[in-house]
Structures are given as C-alpha cells and as structure tokens.
Ligand binder design. Structure first.
Ligand code: GLC
Length: 743
C-alpha cells in the first residue's frame, strides 16, 4: 500500500509540474525499506537531499584530476556529502563517519573504492581471470576481495567493469572480461554475486557497481575517453548485455561512462539512463557519475556551463556526482527556480538512501569499522591461497614445442629479465591497496619451488630503458640447461589513460630471446602484460610461451606451480591476440561480409595486401601439458520446434600423459537472418578435468534465447532457419553439425 502511495505521490508531484511522468521515474522502494527511506526523506531539507548526491575523493589518494578543497570535513558535518571515495582502513573510515554523525540528520557516509582485483591481497587482473574460464573462481576472488575490503571499512566497490572491447590498444582492456558479449555476461554475473554475496547486510559483502555505462570499450582508436560511435543495434547487441546481466544478478549501482553515445555524453544520456536502465530494465539502485564526468559535459560541448551540466545530469538519471561539484553548486537553485522538479532529487536520494539502509548503516554507521576484523582478514593465508589458485588458473600456454614443459626437476635454471624480479609490475594496474614488498616475484617463486635446482638470475635488460646486457646474460645462462625469460610491457602501460598505439613487446627483449636460443638453451618465455601483445620476432626462438598477464600478490608462486606441472595450465584467451596492431580491432565473432576473408592473399576479398587477416592467437585458444580429443558434436535430432531445448553431445578424451582440464567451447552460427550474424558466437563452455586415458561425454543445451539477437527494431528475436553448431577447444579449432530451428 505504502509503495503505491509513494508512487502516486511522485506521480502527483510530477503531474502537477509537467504534462507526463518522464520515463524511469517510476521508481518504487521495495516494501521492506519504503517507510524508512521515506521517513528520512521527509525530514530532509533540499540542501541535505542534494548533499546525498555529492561524492568527494579523499586527498591522500586520487584516481582522477583532483581539485584542492579543504572544506570537505566541514561539508560532511553540514550534511553536504553523501559518499567519499579513496578513504580506506577501519580507523580512517571511522574518522570520517564520526564527522557525518555531527550533521543534523546523522545520515551515514558511503565509502567507495576501486576494488577491481583485490584490496591488500591482489588477484590477477580481471582480463587474466577471464582467461581461467572458471566462473566459480571469479566469484570466489570477488567475494574474497569484498571480505578484505569490507574489513577495511569499504561499503562499495567500483567494479565489475563489464565493458566489452575488441581493441588491444585501449589500456582498460585489463579491467574487463575481453571481447565476447555472451561470456562477458557470465563474468559480470559471477563478479556481482561475489562482491554482493547473499545479503548486503553481511559485513563481508559490499555494493558492486556495473561500469562504465555504456560502450566505453568502443572508443575510437583505442584511445581512452575517446568518441564512441556505434549503431543502436551494435549498442544493444554487443555492449549493453553484460550490464543487463549485472542488473539481473542484483548489482546495486551503475557508473556511467565518460564517453558520448549517439552524440550525447553518457552522463547526460536520457536514453541510456532513464529509458533503458531505469524504465525498461527497472533498475532500483543508483547511478554514480564517473570522476568529474558531470562537469566534463562542458568539455564535450554539450552544455554551456556547470549549472547546465547539473541540470542535464540529474534529469537524465545520474544520481550521484563524483567530484565535479556541479550538483552541490547548482541543484538547489535549479530546483528553486523550477528548472528541475524536486521529484528528480527525491528519486535520486531514495535510491541512495535505500542502499545505505540495505548495508545496515542506519542501524550502525560504524559496523564496517572493526580494527580487529581488519587485522584478522587482511592478507590472510586463505586469501593468498585464493590468489595463488586464481593466478595458476589464469595462465595461458601458447606454445610448448617438444613438450619441454613441465620442468621435471631441472638441474640448472637461469631466470632472466628484469620483469621476472619486479614486485611492482606483478600487481598490474588498479591494485591501489597492494603493497609491492608483499608480492612474490617469478624469481622468488621459482627459487621456492625448485629448491633442489641451481637457480641463477640475470636482469637481461634495464626495466626502464630496455637496454640489453647480453654479456651478463651469457655469463649467467652459460651453466644453465633451461632459461625462463620474463618479457612484456610494464604494469603502468595498461589501465586507465594507458592506451598504446604500439603493442609489440620491446625489440630488445625479443632479441634477447633470439640470443638465448642461439646459445643452445631451452627457452621458456613468460609474456607479461595487461592486454594482448605482439611478439612475432621472438616466437620462433621460444620453445615454450606462457601468457602470464599480471597475476598479483602470488604471481611467482602461481607461475612456478605451472612451470613445475603442479598445475597443468588450462587458460584460454578471452581476447584475440593480433599478429600486428594494424589488424585492430580484431575479434573472432566477425561478420562474413559479401567478400569473405580467405587465408592467404586473395584479391577482391575482405583482407589485406600486406598481412594475413588471421590473428596470432585466436579467442578461446590455450594449450595444456596433455592433449584432448573432442568428437564432432551430435545433436539429439536435426529439426527443432520453437521452444524446444537443443541438446548436442561430444565425447572428450585425454589422450596425453598428464591429468588436465579442457574448456570445451560451443559456438553457433545463424546462417541467414533478418540482420547479418557473426560467423560464430560463443554460446557455451564446459570445463572438464580428465585423467590420462579417461573420456567423458559433454552435453550442451541451448534454448531459444541462445539463438537470438536484436533485429532492426531493437527487438530481441529468435528466427527460424538453419544453424551450425560448432564445438572445440578454441574458436579456430571446432567441428560442426547442422540443425534446423522451426517456428
Ligand atoms: C576513474 C575511472 C573509474 C573509477 C573512478 C573512481 O576515472 O574511470 O573506473 O571507478 O574514476 O576512481
């Protein structure tokens, strides 16, 4: 009853002030908290309401262009601040919360932080974890990160980043789940479940935040913050689904993107925020802007000044202003002058208050501030074990010539490369609470695991200049029968505002590998980075190549677990690795076009004159120390009626000599449809572990929506017709069968 009263109130307000209720303003607080939220709202002055929509960073850490402002504590005491970011630690968050308790209504602050891949215990970067294709593990690292963050007073993480991207030049590819929309949806769900758990009232769970809404990963040229220009159809088909998946998983908040969509900045984009998110999807959480993105609508040339930015942002559905001060500076006057109806303020504040109630902060504003819990939780052995397991599971074996891996009790190993002894780089970007001295390097991990071997080390190249020291390498490597070389980019070369026009591994490092091979050594190359990288020059000289990304606190132990065979590598690439940056954007689920690409150089086809169009390594690729045989898929029948489940079976056999895990992938192709469809689309994967000689049947089940897509009218449809079903261990290594789907 109360709810419809609130809605009627809202409706009444709006009907009184405008002809029809704007979309996305039909928000209703669920029964449990409706009365409590509204009882607080009714006591609030307009100034206090606007205060809840205002978020500042602490000054000891900033994650964007910051403003000097010594009045933040005073504003908190006056109820002019609803949330702080970059405040961390039980003691520090308590200090700020105590200031909020001096305000008239004592509304608790919300503490947000970028807990992207761990807090003090740092897990592999999200792109690396996506390579594990282990959704349970990703949920576990998120819940482990939430537990540690909550113990440090954090209520809210600005994660998961669910931006799909097909452009390895973009620095923020390291934060996401790669290029595939369907898989991105699964990862989004897993991470939201991990962060938020079963109840936000649990002091080991925190609010999650689906970001950056929307299509940030489509920035032209891979240049961060750049213009996004995609069709409505591509927006709905490729970029929006992981956000919807996060919403269906219960994500508490969204963060809008910096970029424009359809010529309108996402921060003020009514179509995205009011229509799609709040009206169509019925989102009941709140939207926080990205850092200063409200104010940056002036730079976009879409508004004249900060006042107009405040008006456009709140009307569009951006509920909380991170750091721009547009809302706290202008909303009160905008409401009093009738430009903005107070119903929009009430809508935003209800959403924000609801989350504070759900966290239990009104019952106890200090319930997350326990130094004892912090001491017991941070960097615990359990959390480090999760990091180590996640690290090993994220490693992708790209090459293993003559099966030189795993290293069976090698006598003499030489570890080479400054990256192999760099604690700082193992953390990767967005590891803002990680402490480099707590990181296990590759060198330390190998020394610890191969205690009975002679392990020597040579820096090989200067970490900053990449200048080679071949003499030093020759001396150190001379007695070794196995060299393990760490090469790649630096951790600071990926992440926010870290886009790269070139994605080749430094030439000197590639030359180093060539020299080592010429010395007659067995060469294992560890490629490290936060994005797909190009390393064609070293590839022929490497006996084995592992993509080890940035694996966090336990990096060295995880890598040693794989090198030793304690963990048989099972990772698969979540993003295509180009043969050259000139191919970017490059992705596996491309359209066939009217003149399809053929391997080799055929004129009048959709290829290049100077480069084979195929990537160096495709989506879904990854080897094991053992080998698996996967049979052709067999559907239970060849014709299915609408609504029928579609089953297809394969047999998987371990024909090698090691126990191992295979990620069997299912792709579909809709051969003819009302809009063109990709040559293949991932629609399922199963990870199975088999002993040598063991075989197992794997059944994939598809339903109507798995065959569906957005049509010209932006309706999600499944059309009758013929489909290929493809099953294999990589997007470029599949066996097919055909089915027909009828109305
Ligand atoms: C940054 C990022 C965003 C992050 C926020 C707060 O600019 O774009 O992902 O959550 O600011 O640090």
């Amino acid at each position: 009853m109360k709810n419809c009263f609130v809605s009627m109130m809202l409706m009444g307000l709006l009907v009184g002030s405008c002809t029809q209720q704007p979309e996305g303003l039909n928000f209703r607080v669920q029964e449990t908290y409706a009365a409590r939220v509204d009882s607080v709202l009714e006591m609030m002055t307009l100034e206090e309401k606007i205060g809840q929509m205002n978020q500042y960073t602490s000054d000891f850490q900033v994650t964007g262009p910051s403003k000097n402002d010594s009045t933040k504590l005073e504003q908190i005491r006056k109820g002019r601040v609803g949330s702080m970011l970059n405040v961390k630690g039980a003691a520090e968050t308590r200090r700020y919360q105590q200031e909020a308790m001096k305000s008239r209504l004592r509304i608790p602050l919300l503490f947000g932080l970028d807990v992207i891949h761990g807090m003090r215990t740092v897990y592999p970067i999200p792109l690396a974890e996506a390579a594990s294709f282990n959704l349970e593990l990703m949920e576990r690292t998120a819940s482990s990160a939430a537990k540690e963050a909550a113990s440090e007073g954090i209520h809210w993480t600005f994660a998961p980043m669910v931006d799909i991207t097909r452009d390895a030049r973009w620095g923020r590819v390291m934060e996401g789940a790669g290029e595939d929309t369907w898989y991105g949806c699964k990862v989004a769900e897993a991470r939201v479940r991990g962060f938020q758990g079963k109840s936000l009232a649990d002091t080991t769970t925190i609010l999650a935040c689906a970001k950056h809404f929307a299509a940030y990963g489509a920035c032209i040229g891979g240049r961060d913050y750049n213009t996004v220009d995609v069709s409505r159809l591509t927006l709905h088909e490729v970029y929006l689904p992981p956000f919807y998946a996060a919403l269906k998983a219960g994500v508490a908040t969204f963060m809008n993107a910096f970029n424009e969509v359809d010529g309108i900045p996402a921060t003020g984009n009514t179509y995205l925020l009011r229509k799609v998110l709040k009206a169509d999807w019925k989102f009941d959480g709140f939207v926080v802007s990205d850092w200063n993105s409200v104010g940056e609508m002036v730079n976009h040339g879409w508004v004249n000044n900060l006042r107009q930015a405040a008006s456009k942002g709140v009307l569009a559905g951006c509920d909380m202003d991170m750091e721009s001060r547009a809302y706290t500076s202008h909303l009160e006057e905008l409401v009093k002058s009738g430009v903005v109806d107070e119903a929009y303020i009430d809508d935003a504040v209800r959403r924000i208050l609801l989350k504070k109630f759900e966290l239990g902060l009104f019952d106890d504003p200090f319930r997350y501030c326990s130094e004892q819990r912090q001491k017991n939780t941070v960097l615990s052995p359990e959390l480090k074990q999760v990091a180590r397991e996640a690290g090993a599971s994220s490693i992708v074996l790209l090459k293993n010539e003559n099966r030189i891996l795993p290293l069976n009790n090698p006598v003499r190993i030489c570890v080479i490369g400054a990256l192999a002894d760099s604690q700082e780089d193992m953390l990767g970007s967005w590891a803002i609470e990680g402490i480099r001295e707590e990181v296990v390097t590759v060198l330390a991990g190998i020394k610890s695991r191969f205690k009975n071997s002679q392990v020597t080390y040579a820096e090989g190249y200067d970490l900053n200049t990449n200048k080679l020291d071949l003499e030093g390498v020759r001396r150190a490597a001379a007695p070794a029968d196995m060299v393990v070389v760490g090469v790649g980019e630096r951790a600071y070369q990926s992440g926010e505002a870290r886009s790269m026009a070139h994605i080749d591994i430094p030439a000197s490092q590639q030359l180093l590998v060539q020299e080592l091979k010429k010395m007659g050594k067995k060469v294992v190359v560890l490629v490290m980075g936060g994005r797909p990288l190009v390393f064609n020059e070293l590839e022929p000289y490497a006996d084995a190549i592992l993509m080890t990304w940035w694996l966090g606190t336990e990096a060295g132990n995880a890598i040693a677990d794989v090198l030793s065979g304690d963990y048989n590598p099972s990772g698969k690439l979540p993003m295509t690795f180009p043969a050259t940056v000139g191919q970017v954007p490059i992705y596996y689920n491309y359209k066939n076009t009217g003149r399809p690409c053929q391997s080799g150089f055929m004129t009048y086809t959709c290829g290049y004159l100077d480069q084979d169009f195929r990537p160096a390594y495709p989506f879904g690729y990854g080897l094991s120390y053992t080998q698996f045989e996967i049979s052709a898929p067999v559907p239970t029948k060849s014709v299915y009626q609408r609504g029928e489940k579609i089953d297809c079976k394969v047999r998987v056999k371990n024909i090698g000599k090691y126990k191992g895990k295979e990620t069997v992938q299912l792709y579909i192709r809709d051969l003819v449809a009302s809009v063109t469809r990709p040559v293949k689309e991932l629609r399922g994967f199963k990870q199975i572990e088999l002993e040598p000689g063991e075989q197992q049947e794997v059944v994939f089940t598809l339903d109507e929506k798995d065959l569906g897509f957005y049509n010209q009218n932006l309706e999600f449809v499944t059309e009758p017709g013929d489909f290929e079903l493809m099953v294999g261990n990589s997007s470029d290594n599949v066996r097919k069968c055909m089915i027909s789907y009828e109305n």
